[in-house]
Design a protein around this ligand. Structure first.
Ligand code: PAF
Length: 279
C-alpha cells in the first residue's frame, strides 16, 4: 500500500492506473477507522481494480468547534488497518492540500435535503460534506465511491450532488455494521464509557420497536410510541423522523416502500446517529 500526503504524489500513484483504464474505488473517511470502514474497503476491493482511501477530518463539515477538536485521530492504526484490508493507496492530505487558497466549490441547491434532520441541527454540515466529497471526486476521479448507510442523509445528499453535477461516478451505499448489542459502529463510539455503551443500545431498540409497529400503526403513531420508549433512557433525543428515503420528507399518515426512521441522540456529550428502513 502506498501512503501519500500530496495531490502530486497521489497523481503519480494513479498515473499508470489512468493510462491502463483500470477502475478506481474510492472510500472517503475521516479516519479513526473501525470494522465498519473495513467493510467499505472490502466492498471496494471486490468491485474495483484499485482501491483509494482518503483519511481526512474535514473541518468544513463540523458545526461545533469542540466536536472537531475531540474527533478521534488514530493515523498509525488507520494506516495499518488499511494495509491489511486491501487498500492500494491511502491519501492523508493536510487542510491546505485539500483546500488550496482560492479554491471554489460549486453551489449545489440541496433544498429540503439540507434543511431537515442533520441539516436542521448542524446547519452548514452538508455544504462541507459536498465540498470535500466533490473535491476528492475531482482529484481522484473514481469509478465507484463507497459510503456507509449509517449516514443515510449523507448518502441522499451525495447522490443528489452526483446527479446534479452529472459526475461519472457510481455511488455505492453499504449497509451499517453493528456491534453484537445492535449499536451502530461509529468512530464516535470510542468516546463512550463502558456504561454509556450499554445505555446507547436504546437507539437500536427504539428503531427495532418502530419497525415492529409498521403493520399495525401509522408513521405518526409509530413515532409517538417509539419516543415514549426512548424517554425511559438517559440519552437525549435530538430528532426522530420517519422519512421518504428520496426526499427525506417526514411521513405521518401513510407508509411508503423504503420508509426510513432516522434519529440523532446525545449520549452524554457524544452525538450518535442511526437509522433503519422500516418497510
Ligand atoms: O462520512 C464521513 O466520514 C464523512 O462525512 C466523509 C464522507 C468522509 C466526508 O468527510
Amino acid at each position: 500500500m502506498k501512503i501519500v500526503e500530496s495531490i502530486i504524489s497521489l497523481n503519480e500513484a494513479l498515473a499508470t492506473v489512468r493510462e491502463t483504464g483500470k477502475t478506481v474505488g474510492l472510500v472517503p473517511t475521516m479516519g479513526a477507522l473501525h470494522e465498519g470502514h473495513m467493510a467499505l474497503v472490502e466492498r471496494a476491493r471486490s468491485m474495483a481494480d484499485v482501491v483509494v482511501v482518503t483519511v481526512f477530518v474535514n473541518p468544513t463539515q463540523f458545526t461545533n468547534a469542540s466536536d472537531l477538536t475531540l474527533y478521534p485521530r488514530t493515523p498509525e492504526k488507520d494506516a495499518a488497518l488499511l494495509a491489511n484490508h486491501g487498500c492500494d493507496i491511502a491519501f492523508f492530505p493536510s487542510v491546505d492540500e485539500v483546500y488550496p487558497k482560492g479554491y471554489q466549490t460549486p453551489e449545489i441547491p440541496l433544498g429540503t435535503l439540507d434543511k431537515v434532520m442533520e441539516g436542521e441541527f448542524r446547519p452548514g454540515h452538508f455544504k462541507g460534506v459536498v465540498q470535500v466529497v466533490n473535491r476528492f471526486f475531482e482529484v481522484i476521479q473514481p469509478t465507484f465511491a463507497f459510503f456507509g448507510l449509517k449516514d443515510f442523509q449523507q448518502v441522499a445528499v451525495i447522490r443528489f450532488m452526483t446527479d446534479y453535477l452529472q459526475l461519472p461516478v457510481t455511488i455505492v451505499p453499504c449497509p451499517t455494521l453493528r456491534e453484537t448489542s445492535g449499536l451502530a459502529m461509529s468512530s464516535r463510539n470510542m468516546r463512550l464509557t463502558t456504561q454509556q455503551l450499554d445505555k446507547a443500545v436504546i437507539i437500536y431498540e427504539t428503531l427495532t420497536l418502530a419497525k415492529s409497529l409498521v403493520d399495525t400503526h401509522t408513521p405518526a403513531e409509530t413515532k409517538q410510541l417509539a419516543l415514549e420508549h426512548f424517554a425511559h433512557s438517559p440519552l437525549k433525543m435530538e430528532y426522530f423522523s420517519i422519512v421518504n428515503p428520496q426526499t427525506l420528507e417526514e411521513l405521518t399518515d401513510e407508509w411508503i416502500p423504503g420508509a426510513t426512521c432516522c434519529l440523532a441522540a446525545f449520549c452524554g456529550e457524544v452525538r450518535l446517529i442511526d437509522n433503519m428502513t422500516l418497510n
